[in-house]
Design a protein around this ligand. Structure first.
Ligand SMILES: [Cu+2]
Length: 147
């Protein structure tokens, strides 16, 4: 009995010490730091997205030997730099949709794929080429300029 009583006291002491430490300044300051960092990261991300143009681009490949990228229903020729949702509609198992340009080299849909896929792309100033790889040499490609 004496031995288990001692163990119980020791355990209680350890628990109290840990509890006191956790409730002390260390814990709350750690929480404050975490909150501050998270808030900072969020605001940076938001201001970057808000500061540049952003929106949606639509890509279409197939069903014939045609490929295009449009913005607001018009053929995309000039697009502002920023982060975009690129929605690609692949209408044929013969074609793919591949976007190549500064910082981007992405095959959004592969050749056998048919259907829709959405990806996020960050466009920088320069010229981007979208193409169907198997048929790019026969003209199944286009470009747009990012300003
Ligand atoms: Cu093709």
């Amino acid at each position: 009995m004496t031995r288990s009583a001692t163990i119980a006291l020791v355990l209680t002491g350890v628990t109290l010490t840990v509890g006191a430490t956790a409730c002390g300044g260390e814990s709350s300051s750690a929480n404050d730091q975490t909150t501050t960092e998270a808030a900072a990261t969020e605001s940076v991300t938001t201001s970057e997205a808000g500061g540049s143009a952003s929106g949606t681009l639509k890509g279409e490949t197939g069903p014939g030997f045609t490929i295009e990228v449009s913005q607001d229903g018009k053929d995309a020729e000039t697009v502002k730099a920023g982060t975009y949702t690129l929605e690609v509609e692949d209408k044929s198992a013969m074609h793919n949709f591949h976007l190549i340009g500064p910082g981007v080299d992405q095959e959004v849909t592969d050749v056998p794929f048919v259907g829709e896929k959405s990806v996020t792309v960050t466009l920088q100033k320069g010229t981007y080429t979208y193409q169907c790889d198997p048929h790019a040499a026969s003209g199944m490609k286009g470009t747009f300029t990012v300003t």
